[in-house]
Design a protein around this ligand. Structure first.
Ligand SMILES: Cc1ncc(C[n+]2csc(CCOP(=O)(O)OP(=O)(O)O)c2C)c(N)n1
Ligand code: SF4
Length: 479
């Protein structure tokens, strides 16, 4: 007996921000997205990969896919799902990554993203919903709109002379060496839906076997965008889309990919070896699991499992370099780190900031919106980021340039006359290293030995090295 039921990988209810909990999806009646969600859910269940699966939702009607799948979920910017998927898969090779994309997302704005990921043979599964139109934004022309098709932007129908032919992505991608599996299916009959499911399952199995890039293109009905009722839309696919997009398998040659190494932090011994190697034989090394914040962070850190720093100032102050120095030194200490720069449009004089996360654990998110530590090198940065510091956090600011005090009373504040000290040393641009000294003194990390190593890396000659060392010491003495 066959029991038809909701796959376990699809959530029972779909809670939203603000408390609403609709029991239906947001898709229009008759939309193909819902059918494909169910198929993916069934495949995940049958393969037993729910706990390992990370689904990337695109921009388009399926932007809310994360409301429905009881898996890991990440939402990517328009067309960027293959790049985001690449990052996730490389960071977590044991995960099963599904890049779920519409035709505007995959073939238009993300056209190069998909080509490059496929060409690199990234071990991902792409589910490509081809409904020949931009559904979400009101039915504009997509690269896959068929000739003669009336869309919001081609009211007289797509003409080859103006817009070329519909792009056959499954065939195009099949030509790339990195691709193991490329097929196109449709959802117009139960038999075809079953074939679609088989293809999705195969693509996922190939990923589980580490066989490289797989894509299943699915001709999917968009009754709303096509201005048809759901039944007519099935017929329209058979009569108009299938001739333009033949169904079938265009490549099925699973290849062996080099098994990617496990990420370093899965194995503390491996981490230790890497740290030793990087430090080229110098001194003691902290093992990842032996770096409790309580010691590393002036006794405070026990309450946080990561330290998130925002370093901000104007371009030319060495703000990004300061973040990098803190991140590199912490990395040499055996901690996990991320460093994410953010630039204003101007090269010098504009605003600049970077986000640094230092943790004993895996870092899921390199962005810093709430921070434990703020380093403000100019007044606008202090004013902008002060409120984002966690209660009990720490603010360092360049008191020679900032003529106000932070208003927060629930954080620790360290004014450091960094620019004045650096000018006194004859090199204003080492103000960032002065601040690093203050951080080391106040927080007890990063390790002085590791900071010395990173300072050596950035100092072009002995004279600059000496000034940097003095700046670091002056920072320590300043608080
Ligand atoms: C960078 C960016 N450019 C444009 C948009 C507007 N936009 C939102 S959805 C969409 C098209 C989605 O079409 P498709 O990928 O075919 O998905 P569907 O909605 O049909 O499922 C566009 C252009 C956006 N959100 N972000
Ligand atoms: S507009 Fe089209 S693709 Fe979007 S939810 Fe409605 S039917 Fe589905």
């Amino acid at each position: 007996m066959k029991i038809i039921q909701r796959p376990e990988s699809i959530l029972e209810t779909f809670p939203r921000k603000g408390g609403a909990e609709p029991d239906a999806t947001h898709y229009c009646p008759g939309c193909g997205h819902g059918i494909v969600h169910k198929l993916i859910g069934e495949c995940i269940d049958e393969l037993g990969i729910r706990d390992d699966t990370i689904l990337i939702s695109p921009v388009g009607c399926s932007v809310f896919a994360y409301y429905y799948f009881d898996t890991g979920n990440v939402q990517a910017a328009h067309g960027r799902a293959p790049a985001v998927g690449t990052g996730i898969k490389r960071a977590r090779p044991g995960s099963i990554v599904i890049s779920y994309q519409g035709d505007g997302d995959l073939a238009a704005i993300g056209g190069n993203n998909i080509l490059q990921a496929a060409n690199r043979g990234e071990n991902l599964t792409v589910i490509f919903i081809n409904n020949a139109i931009y559904g979400m934004t009101g039915g504009q022309l997509a690269p896959t709109s068929i000739l003669g098709m009336h869309t919001a932007t081609t009211p007289r129908g797509r003409e080859f002379s103006d817009y070329g032919s519909p792009m056959r992505m499954a065939e195009l991608l099949a030509n790339l060496d990195g691709v193991s599996f490329s097929a196109r299916h449709a959802l117009t009959t139960p038999a075809k839906i079953n074939r679609t499911k088989k293809a999705i399952k195969k693509a996922l199995q190939y990923q589980m076997e580490n066989r490289g890039f797989s894509i299943v293109e699915i001709l999917s009905q968009c009754p709303t965008g096509w201005k048809m009722d759901p039944v007519d839309s099935l017929q329209w696919i058979e009569e108009n889309m299938v001739p333009a997009f033949p169904l079938g398998t265009f490549k099925d040659t699973p290849h062996d990919r080099l098994t990617p190494p496990e990420p370093a932090n899965y194995d503390p011994d491996l981490v230790e070896r890497i740290v030793r190697h990087k430090a080229e034989g110098g001194g003691e090394h902290i093992r990842l699991h032996e770096a409790p914040w309580a010691d590393a962070f002036g006794g405070k850190g026990g309450q946080w499992d990561a330290i998130r720093m925002k370093v901000a100032g104007f371009g030319g102050q060495g703000v990004l370099m300061l973040g990098e120095l803190a991140a590199r030194s912490s990395m040499l200490q055996g901690l996990n780190v991320t460093w994410l720069p953010s630039y204003g449009p101007e090269m010098r004089g504009g605003t600049a900031n970077c986000s640094v996360v230092v943790s004993t654990r895996d870092i899921g998110n390199p962005m810093v919106d709430k921070s434990e530590v703020l380093i403000a090198m100019n007044r606008p940065s202090l004013e902008k980021f002060e409120q984002d510091v966690q209660p009990g956090g720490v603010i360092f600011y360049d008191s020679s340039l900032i003529n106000i005090e932070p208003s927060r009373k629930d954080v620790e504040v360290h004014p450091v006359p960094a620019t004045k000290i650096a000018d006194g040393l004859g090199m204003g641009r080492v103000a960032n290293v002065v601040i690093l000294g203050a951080i080391h003194k106040a927080l007890g990390f990063p390790d002085a030995e590791r900071i010395e190593e990173t300072i050596r890396l950035i100092s072009k000659n002995d004279k600059i090295l000496e000034i940097n060392r003095k700046a670091f010491q002056a920072g320590i003495d300043s608080i």
